[in-house]
Design a protein around this ligand. Structure first.
Ligand code: MG
Length: 251
């Protein structure tokens, strides 16, 4: 395990490795070849931020066959992606805010890829070299707007609609991990990343043939079946095998 997080203490924003509830501050560039301070500092009293501040968030749709089936949509022949506003990001522990109480707003647990190096036109075979690591995310969606507009930018870009984190796991095989979402302790989504239609390396390759990915950019790889509505007071937990759980509440 090598979990790296971004933290704030006072005005000081910094990266650190997280080991057993202690932080080892990173020296150098998280996207370069960093080293870590030997002296630990306690996680307590330090604010956890989203693990990156990306130039863009790319979200992939209908990338689990079981989810495509439950929406009644046909499987895409190529990855279907759109952009989510970076201002929609919130860290672990922050509140998701529902903009319209008369709309249906849904949770969507997703594995997120964090890009480590600038990349354009890479093959799937070479894509792993451009990935810093993986973290947990939610692609919160105003389903009412999604269905009425047919465009996916607005319904998925409201402020607070992208919980991300808490940490980036840099040493993990992303393609055989259980992925689960718990709503108030009840298991709602339960799948495995081996069920991805386009795997992480194929996604980075395909997206990079369309646009340039920059260090810190985030790709949400799609949600499995079991999507459902959220309401005020809910506690939502994304549990992906090998990653620290991502927990957010709703207001
Ligand atoms: Mg999604």
């Amino acid at each position: 395990m090598a979990a790296i997080g971004r933290f704030q203490k006072g005005d000081d924003i910094f990266y650190a490795k997280v080991v057993d509830g202690e932080l080892f501050r990173l020296q150098g560039d998280v996207f370069g070849s960093p080293s870590y301070e030997k002296k630990a500092m306690p996680l307590k009293g330090v604010k956890t931020l989203t693990p990156v501040a990306p130039s863009k968030i790319i979200a992939v749709g209908l990338n689990y066959a079981d989810h495509a089936r439950e929406t009644g949509k046909t499987l895409p022949k190529e990855p279907l992606f759109w952009l989510k506003a970076p201002t929609a990001l919130i860290p672990d522990g922050a509140k998701i805010e529902i903009p319209f109480s008369n709309h249906r707003t849904d949770y969507e647990a997703e594995l997120a890829i964090v890009i480590g190096r600038r990349v354009r036109n890479v093959t799937a075979a070479a894509a792993a070299r451009y990935i810093l690591g993986y973290t947990s995310a939610q692609d919160i969606t105003d389903r009412t707007i999604q269905e009425s507009e047919g465009q996916w930018a607005r319904c998925k870009s409201f402020d607070t609609f992208t919980p991300l984190g808490p940490y980036i796991e840099t040493k993990i095989d992303p393609h055989d991990l259980t992925i689960q979402l718990f709503q108030n302790g009840q298991l709602r989504q339960n799948s495995n990343t081996s069920q991805l239609i386009f795997n992480c390396f194929q996604l980075v390759s395909f997206i990079s043939t369309n646009l340039t990915l920059l260090p810190g950019d985030v790709i949400l790889t799609g949600t499995p079946s079991g999507i459902g509505p959220i309401e005020s007071g809910d506690r939502l937990e994304v549990r992906i095998q090998g990653l620290t759980p991502l927990v957010n509440t709703v207001k």
